[in-house]
Design a binder for this molecule. Structure first.
Ligand SMILES: NC(=O)CC[C@H](N)C(=O)O
Length: 503
């Protein structure tokens, strides 16, 4: 049986670019003919992905599997932590909710169980694949957490993986953070580090060169590459840190202004990715009523805590402004999942699944009401919808605790086999659905944008690019970029050598 050759990427801090480098390696190994799997033992993220068998994993591992051209499974991310409130998270094990836990209890009670789950998944992947691209989390030098961590060096040891440490030069202090991280590792773990990659570089390599020489001399650890910043890649973000870089302001050069509400527990906001690459669209993430303005398309994305996020919008005036926009302006409002629930008349949480607040009245723009239940729905779905007089076949995925009931006068949005799903207003200005990835359906996205264009007196645009093609091109562009700036052969050689060192 094949025994995968592993490599692990760890970072000097979170958001150093581990996920994107891991995605690049998934693609590069696959291009070289290796059957490759991504692996992250434990992911803390509100962006998730549904596998073909209806299980939930972290978005990044799902997308990395796509980059590698393999089908994603829960072994690639057996533990997913979804923060739902301060200090509390829903723990998802092998794609299904295990329980809600406080951080402290998780570290205390879950450690042994977590270890066993991780070991089992690693075994499965090790036997099924040729290459394993493993991603750590945060920093491996959190000395206060080391005795109980489940995601960095403990995983490297389990997989017997060599480690590449990634430093982020954008924030400054890259040498200090690399040297400091190496310094704080225990002696055996430090021997796993086969080199470092400096990521997100913008500048003159000649100016950096003396620093690189110094680093190699001082630490004895090679610099395996310096990867320049890659703009406009639009490969799914792992979590909301990436939203910091998104604009909040209108771009007057673009025809269609799209505002996405950024509530505190925003989830699966990668739903709006297809708009980021549309030439006539500008996407803004807004958190205040003042930022909201008068968009053409307003998107209420998913939420891990629908009631508290809705309360947030009521308190800061966004809810009232949405009502005003709907009454007095030509805006299309689309709610996905948690956002759909908010558009209804009422949301109830009788079992305290997400919040101790038991009930809240909704924005009342669609005749539905929602109850959060104990059993979570995770499923890949498909159906037919009618929009602007045309019929579209659409695919999506659903992840929700809530169940929404239609009230009098409801017009369903999507016809899924055996059930009616979602809701829309008669004039199709307000739409709600549980289908994530709705906008990834190219024909529907085109019809939606063209309806908005027509309403604004603009000519429609036909033959928009398929998002799938854009995504595939982005994987290749990323792989080419990393191959140009990182010595892949040297890394492969070190991966082999590392396995031999233990024999
Ligand atoms: N993905 C979502 O937006 C989920 C919505 C809500 N938190 C639920 O579980 O029903």
């Amino acid at each position: 049986m094949a025994k995968a050759l592993p490599i692990m990427f760890q970072g000097t801090h979170s958001d150093a670019g581990k996920s994107i480098i891991a995605t690049a390696f998934c693609r590069i190994f696959a291009q070289n003919g290796w059957k490759t799997a991504p692996f992250k033992s434990q992911n803390m993220s509100l962006n998730s992905y549904v596998t073909v068998d209806g299980k939930e994993i972290g978005r990044a591992q799902g997308i990395q599997a796509e980059a590698a051209g393999v089908v994603a499974t829960t072994d690639m991310n057996p533990i997913l932590i979804k923060p739902s409130r301060e200090h509390e998270s829903q723990i998802v094990v092998h794609g299904k909710p295990y329980k809600n836990m406080q951080a402290f209890a998780y570290r205390g009670e879950f450690f042994e169980k977590g270890l066993a789950i991780i070991r089992e998944s690693l075994d499965v992947l090790m036997n099924e694949y040729d290459r394993l691209v493993i991603e750590g989390a945060g920093s491996p030098a959190e000395i206060n957490l080391n005795d109980r961590e489940l995601v960095n060096m403990r995983v490297a040891r389990m997989a017997n993986a060599p480690v590449v440490l990634i430093g982020d030069i954008e924030r400054g202090g890259v040498f200090a953070s690399l040297v400091g991280t190496l310094q704080l590792l225990d002696k055996e773990d430090r021997k796993r580090i086969i080199g470092v990659i400096i990521n997100k570089f913008r500048g003159d390599l000649a100016l950096l060169k003396p620093g690189l020489d110094w680093f190699e001399q001082y630490t004895g650890v090679p610099v395996l590459g310096v990867v320049p910043y890659l703009e406009d890649l639009h490969i799914d973000a792992e979590d909301s840190v990436s939203l910091e870089q998104m604009s909040t302001a209108v771009n007057p050069d673009k025809d269609i202004d799209i505002a996405v509400i950024r509530y505190p527990k925003i989830s699966n906001f990668t739903d709006v990715d297809p708009f980021l690459t549309e030439p006539d669209c500008h996407v803004r993430f807004v958190a205040t009523a003042a930022q909201l303005g008068q968009p053409d398309l307003l998107i209420l994305p998913g939420s891990k805590n629908t009631i508290e996020d809705l309360l947030y919008m009521k308190k800061n005036g966004i809810a009232e402004q949405i009502a005003q926009l709907n009454k007095h302006h030509r805006v299309t409002i689309i709610g996905i999942c948690g956002g759909y629930q908010m558009l209804g008349a009422r949301i109830r949480d009788p079992f305290g699944v997400e919040t101790p607040l038991r009930e809240i009245s909704g924005l009342n723009l669609l005749p539905i009401e929602t109850t959060l239940e104990r059993k979570k729905t995770t499923v890949l779905s498909e159906g037919i919808l009618t929009f602007a007089g045309e019929r579209f076949f659409v695919k999506g995925y659903e992840i929700h605790m809530g169940r929404s009931q239609p009230l009098d006068g409801n017009i369903p949005f999507i016809h899924v086999q055996g059930r009616a799903e979602g809701a829309k207003s008669k004039d199709e200005r307000v739409i709600g659905t549980y289908f994530h990835d709705l906008f990834h359906n190219d024909a529907f996205r085109e019809a939606l944008l063209n309806k908005i264009r027509r309403e604004k007196g603009l000519a429609p645009i036909y033959g928009r690019q398929s998002f799938r093609t854009i995504r595939e091109q982005a994987f290749d562009r990323l792989a080419d970029h990393v191959k140009r700036h990182v010595c892949i052969e040297e890394i492969e050689e070190k991966m082999y050598m590392f396995q031999r060192r233990d024999v």
